[in-house]
Every structure is written in structure tokens, then in C-alpha cells.
Design a protein around this ligand. Structure first.
Ligand code: NDP
Ligand code: 2IT
Length: 448
């Protein structure tokens, strides 16, 4: 092992020791550190200034009690988190996740990924993430509202348009951002549009933000295919999940001539060989807040598999858009064996490290989430630009901006991978390129 490798292994061991039990955080750190040896070799000043050690330690971590009253009058208690990871490039920026699995290790993995993703966009945003172990499933609008208000009763002290700008993630969409923004406005007596993104269109939101993560993921995949002289036309695509990212990824695949044949939720998956009816998925998930198996009511020719893994379905292109570690080694082996040519991550860290190795060793195209799903947060930054200038842009203009940003990210990944002797490796390209911008800013600021 070279001195640099030994140093990086030591940094990783320290992270594991200092953050016990935070499995997902360790996984995210490892994946980034494994890419960094060549850039650290070239820049001894990063080691001298302990840049990587500092990057692995959040600037600030806030953990708070969230008490609320359910519809039966019971007092409930959840835990709230905001991890303000790195503000070298701009205010902390990243979503809030409401899901029963949320604990500090998940928030830190997401916040850590967000640093490099946000850097890759080329826009002035730092990295952060937050959320709660609150489970929104089966909760009434009143319960969601009271929870969001209690969550913001603490969070409002820590955020602001120049400080920290949360948005949505799993379990947090337009409805929740509405309740959060309303409470922020009430507590601060300020109509500070730039404090949250993913807002409604008539109260400071941006056109295309709803679609942006899914559309961006498909734009990114389209760029990868284009570089190989290929496109989405006629491709059979599997998209996991049926939430915000999955729905709009599916919509864009259809616009580009591919066919999405399967999607899922946490209870099971549907297969519709005629192509998933995206408007019906929107109706089930966005309007009725129902379950994906209800799809069969209007499409009896489709099939529903309870439990199981959607990755048992063969496809040309796999777009995991649900959650972390959903594609395991066996699923990856199945995908490769059945002719899959591309995996692009709409979700954050949906492939396990073993699955990534299978996919990369097979030589098929693979895009990590921090590159492939960066269109979402990039459009959040466009929302912030519109808020700062009290302007609102058209759908076409905003979608063009999104597409251009995604093309630039793709180019950055490809160029950086080439420059470091790893052509075609989007993991190396994304990690080194995202890392370098943050490292240079941190160096400029001195030891802080
Ligand atoms: P949503 O809450 O809108 O949808 C999540 C979907 O994934 C649902 O279908 C949900 O099923 C499923 N899902 C969630 N957790 C699990 C689980 N543990 N096991 C199986 N299925 C699960 O979230 P988003 O679409 O916003 O987010 C999806 C992914 O995309 C996440 O990884 C998120 O971090 C990432 N992402 C989101 C961005 C955004 O702008 N929203 C931006 C970039 C990345 P069910 O309803 O049954 O729980
Ligand atoms: O993972 C992500 O990039 C998000 N959930 C979106 C973050 C944002 O601030 O728009």
C-alpha cells in the first residue's frame, strides 16, 4: 500500500471508530474515500490541511425532540435531526426525510453524499440533510400538519436562506413543505421564500422542481447512452419506487421513447408489459395516497407481486428510485445476466458496494446517485435563484437549465475520470470532481 492509501485507510478507520453503529454513513464515506487516492497523491496540500478528516466531520449536528398530538389525543414523541455537514460552497442544502428507519447514521450518509452532489452541480450550495423517524403512512392531514409544525418549532432557529435551506426527500413532499413553510413564516414573521425549496407554485416554488430529480436522472442516463451512440428508444426500463423521483423518471423515459414495465412501493411491485400508466400512478400516489397494488383496479392485465424484489424483473435499463441498498449483489447478478446495459441511481446509494462491483466488473454503464440524481437539488438551487430575484421562470426555460446542468455534470464526470486514468468510471469521476471543488474552497478558508 502506498502512503496515501495507508492514510486513507486510517481516516476511514477513524470515521468508523468515532461514529459507531452508523453503518450507512460508513458505507457512504468508504465509497468516496476509495476514489480519492489519485487526487490526494497529486495534492499533498489536502493531506497537510487534513481536508478529508474535516470533510468527514459534520460542521454541526442538531438532534431534537418532536412532540405532537395524534387524532385520538395521545401525545407522541419523535426525534428530529438536521446535520449541517459542509458549508464551504454555500448554505447547507439538502432534503428532510420522514421515515421510521431514520436515525443519525442515515441522516449523516445522506448529508455526506449531498456535499459532493451539490458540488458537482457547479452551483453555490453546501451539503446538509435532516429528517425524523416519524412514519407518515396512515396519518391524517391534521396529524401531518401538527407533526410538521412541531418539527419546525425547533428547526426554525437553525435555518435561513443564507444558512441552511431544507427541501423534501422520502416522506416529505409539497404538503409537508407547505406546513413547514407556514410554520416558519409564523414563527419568524418573515416571508423568507429562500428558506425552503420544493414550495408550491403560488408561494415561491419553481416550475420543474417536482419533476426535476426524476427527469434529471433520465437526462443523465440519456447522456451516458449518447456517449455510446445509443438512446432510450425501444428500451425496457424498470423503475423502483412510485414516489416523487420514480414517477417523474418514468414520465421522462416514456417521453424519450423507452417503456417502463415495472414500478413498486415498499409492499410490492407491479409489472405492466404495455408500459406503466404514469398518470394512474400519480393519481394513486399523489392524489389518493394509496398503494401501488391499486394499479390493477384500472389495469387488470398488469400483475402485482407482494413482497419480493422488483430487481427480479429483467430489463435493459435499471433506475433504482426508492431507497438505499435496495439492489443487492444477487439482484445485480440477475440484471447483468439478463442483458441490462445501464444502471442509473435516482435514489441515494440504492446499490450495495457488492452490487456496484458486479455491475462495474460486467462493464455495463453505472451512474452513482450523487451524479445521476443531482438534477433535483440543482433545480432547488434554481428555485433559490428565482426567490432571490423575486422572479419566476417558465417551465421550458427551467427544464432547459436543468438539462444543461445535467449535461455539465455528465461532462465533469467523464472528463475527470479520463484525467485520472479511469475512463468510463462515473464513480471516480463524480467523487473526485465533487471533492476537488469543496477541498479548494476549504483550503482557501484556512483551518475552520
Ligand atoms: P417518496 O417518499 O416520494 O417515495 C419513496 C418511494 O420509495 C415510495 O414508493 C416508497 O414506498 C419507496 N420506499 C421508501 N422507503 C422504502 C424502503 N425502505 N423499502 C422499500 N421501498 C421504499 O420519496 P422520493 O421519491 O422523494 O425519494 C426516493 C429516493 O430518491 C430516496 O433515496 C431519496 O433520498 C432520493 N432523492 C430524492 C430527491 C427528491 O428531490 N425528492 C432528490 C434526490 C434523491 P412506500 O410508499 O411504500 O414507503
Ligand atoms: O437527495 C437530494 O438531493 C434531495 N433530497 C433534494 C435536496 C434538495 O435540497 O433539493
Amino acid at each position: 500500500m502506498s502512503a496515501v492509501d495507508t492514510h486513507l485507510v486510517g481516516v476511514f478507520e477513524d470515521v468508523v471508530r468515532r461514529n459507531p453503529g452508523e453503518r450507512e454513513f460508513h458505507q457512504a464515506v468508504r465509497e468516496v474515500l476509495e476514489s480519492l487516492a489519485p487526487v490526494v497523491e497529486k495534492h499533498p496540500e489536502y493531506t497537510e490541511a487534513s481536508i478529508i478528516e474535516r470533510m468527514c466531520e459534520p460542521e454541526r449536528q442538531i438532534i431534537f425532540r418532536v412532540p405532537w398530538v395524534d387524532d385520538e389525543g395521545n401525545v407522541r414523541v419523535n426525534r428530529g435531526f438536521r446535520v449541517e455537514f459542509n458549508s464551504a460552497l454555500g448554505p447547507y442544502k439538502g432534503g428532510l426525510r420522514f421515515h421510521p428507519s431514520v436515525y443519525l447514521g442515515i441522516v449523516k450518509f445522506l448529508g455526506f453524499e449531498q456535499i459532493f452532489k451539490n458540488s458537482l452541480t457547479g452551483l453555490p450550495i453546501g451539503g446538509g440533510k435532516g429528517g425524523s423517524d416519524f412514519d407518515p403512512q396512515g396519518r391524517s392531514d391534521g396529524e401531518i400538519m401538527r407533526f410538521c409544525q412541531s418539527f419546525m418549532a425547533e428547526l426554525h432557529r437553525h435555518i435561513g436562506e443564507y444558512t441552511d435551506v431544507p427541501a423534501g426527500d422520502i416522506g416529505v413532499g409539497l404538503r409537508e413543505v407547505g406546513f413547514l413553510f407556514g410554520q416558519y413564516k409564523r414563527l419568524t414573521n418573515k416571508y423568507e421564500s429562500g428558506v425552503l425549496t420544493g414550495k408550491g407554485l403560488n408561494w415561491g416554488g419553481s416550475l420543474v422542481r417536482t419533476e426535476a430529480t426524476g427527469y434529471g436522472t433520465v437526462f443523465f442516463a440519456a447522456e451516458m447512452l449518447k456517449a455510446k451512440g445509443d438512446d432510450f428508444e425501444g428500451k425496457r426500463v424498470v423503475v423502483s419506487g412510485s414516489g416523487n423521483v420514480a414517477t417523474y423518471a418514468a414520465e421522462k423515459v416514456h417521453q424519450l421513447g423507452g417503456t417502463v414495465i415495472a414500478c413498486s412501493d415498499s409492499a410490492g411491485y407491479i409489472v405492466d408489459e404495455k408500459g406503466i400508466d404514469v398518470d394512474e400512478v400519480k393519481d394513486i400516489k399523489e392524489v389518493r395516497r394509496g398503494r401501488i397494488k391499486e394499479y390493477l383496479e384500472k389495469h387488470p392485465h398488469a400483475s402485482y407481486v407482494a413482497g419480493g424484489s422488483i430487481w427480479d424483473v429483467s430489463c435493459d435499463i435499471a433506475l433504482p428510485c426508492a431507497t438505499q441498498n435496495e439492489i443487492e449483489e444477487d439482484h445485480a447478478i440477475h440484471l447483468v445476466k439478463n442483458g441490462c446495459v445501464l444502471v442509473a441511481e435516482g435514489a441515494n446509494m440504492p446499490c450495495t458496494p457488492e452490487a456496484i462491483h458486479v455491475v462495474q466488473d460486467a462493464g455495463i454503464l453505472y451512474a452513482p446517485g450523487k451524479a445521476a440524481n443531482a438534477g433535483g437539488v440543482a433545480t432547488s438551487a434554481l428555485e433559490m435563484q428565482q426567490n432571490a430575484s423575486r422572479d419566476s421562470w417558465s417551465f421550458e426555460y427551467t427544464e432547459d437549465r436543468l438539462q444543461q446542468i445535467v449535461r455539465d455534470i455528465h461532462k465533469r464526470c467523464v472528463t475527470t475520470a479520463d484525467q485520472y486514468g479511469r475512463p468510463g468510471n462515473y464513480v471516480v469521476g463524480a467523487n473526485i470532481s465533487g471533492f476537488t471543488r469543496v477541498a479548494e474552497a476549504m483550503l482557501a478558508f484556512g483551518v475552520i
